[in-house]
Design a protein around this ligand. Structure first.
Ligand code: SF4
Ligand code: SF4
Length: 389
């Protein structure tokens, strides 16, 4: 949603008082739907639309709030006041500050919003998880979390650790968490299949990377998981959110969001919203249908990002003799270049163990790792060295 991000002069009160169409005009966006092909908004477009989040039974707005990049509480407050009722944050985002920002926005609104957060990706013991949840409760200024998610699974392993399940059950008994979820970017189909096939049906939700560039294996795994009762929440709906200036006055963002939401196996999407303009653009999608024009916009956008967009599928990793974490390295680069968020990029990159980082690949004189989508992996590794050295 970067095309319009310079137009961010309105505050929450203006936004709510004027309404979407009026706010757009006041902020110099009156012509947004005319000057930026692919972006439309009208008063009817912000009517909340709900779907059921799998076996949790929660009715969530199909456009919910991805808080990861939101620098202050105002856009969140505005979203909640408009009826957006699900917010996703994480212990790790903004080095812990993101949960504090969500906590501020929840003040006086806690009963209207479902809160999802995540334990740290490195948390594998009872002590770790307890510490994560207690810290999240304190930062969020709440006494319960609706959905606690195990962050960034690359296989089913962590989801089946008895110690983790035991502590999650304890926390549920204490009333501190209500539902359990997982999140995944890598080997998503395997992760989804593992929790869908779990006879205990332990996990209730899955936050997955899903967009118009996703492979059929991911779409099918989402369908399988949804059928088993898992509530699917879609992230990375913008395929990296890269700037599209080269395409001219076209915004692919609403089209990309519509593409994901036309799959009814998805309960909701959580586009990142940094400001009121992004909020306007995303929430307007509720109730909109995918059109032929949207398809054309996505075709052009897909073509533009193909040379550098990584699907995070990890299929290249077995072809690398050092088993370098290529997909996570590429995700870190995407955060730096697409999201333009170096703090998040660095934090993601720092999670990679040294033996799988870019420095572990110095033994190779020539890169033999192969990308199924034709990306130049050696160039990506060099880019990571430049960005994160
Ligand atoms: S150069 Fe390529 S094949 Fe060699 S270790 Fe690095 S990523 Fe793997
Ligand atoms: S570099 Fe290619 S094969 Fe590797 S994760 Fe990305 S898209 Fe998949």
């Amino acid at each position: 949603m970067s095309d319009a991000k310079d137009h961010n002069s309105m505050n929450r009160r203006d936004f709510l008082k004027i309404g979407v169409v009026g706010a757009a005009a006041t902020a110099g966006l009156g012509g947004l739907s005319k000057i930026v092909e692919g972006v439309t908004a009208s008063k009817h477009d912000i009517m909340p639309v709900y779907r059921t989040l799998g076996r949790t039974g929660l009715k969530v707005t199909i456009v919910s709030f991805g808080a990861m990049l939101t620098p202050d509480h105002e856009p969140m407050e505005a979203a909640f006041d408009l009826g957006v009722n699900y917010v996703d944050t994480a212990r790790r985002y903004m080095n812990g500050r993101n949960e504090e920002i969500v906590g501020k926005a929840l003040k006086g609104r806690r009963d209207k919003v479902y809160v999802a957060t995540k334990s740290l990706p490195s948390s594998t013991t009872k002590k770790d998880i307890l510490n994560d949840v207690e810290t999240s409760l304190s930062k969020l200024r709440t006494d319960y979390i609706d959905v606690i998610q195990l962050h960034s699974l690359t296989s089913g392993d962590r989801a089946f650790m008895p110690e983790i399940r035991e502590v999650l059950m304890e926390l549920r008994k204490q009333g501190k968490v209500r539902f359990f979820g997982v999140t995944t970017h890598t080997n998503q189909a395997d992760v989804l299949k593992a929790i869908a096939d779990d006879p205990d049906k332990f996990f209730d939700t899955a936050l997955v990377s899903y967009n118009f560039k996703s492979e059929m294996s991911v779409k099918n795994a989402i369908a399988l998981a949804a059928k088993s009762g898992i509530g699917i929440v879609a992230m990375k709906t913008q395929a990296g959110g890269y700037k599209t200036d080269a395409l001219g006055p076209i915004s692919p963002h609403q089209a990309a969001l519509k593409w994901v939401l036309q799959d009814t196996n998805v309960a909701c999407a959580i586009p990142g919203m940094k400001d009121m303009t992004m909020l306007q653009e995303a929430t307007a999608v509720m109730g909109m249908k995918m059109t032929r024009r949207d398809e054309r916009i996505l075709e052009r956008y897909a073509e533009a990002i193909t040379p550098y967009y990584c699907h995070l599928c990890a299929q290249c990793e077995p072809t690398c003799p050092q088993n370098i974490a290529i997909s996570t390295i590429n995700r870190s680069i995407m955060y730096a270049e697409g999201y333009e968020d170096m703090e998040l990029a660095r934090a993601t990159y720092d999670e990679i163990p040294p033996h799988k980082s870019v420095y572990a690949c110095s033994n190779c004189t020539e890169c033999v790792a192969r990308c199924v989508n034709g990306l130049n992996i050696a160039a990506k590794i060099q880019k990571a060295k430049t960005l994160f050295a």
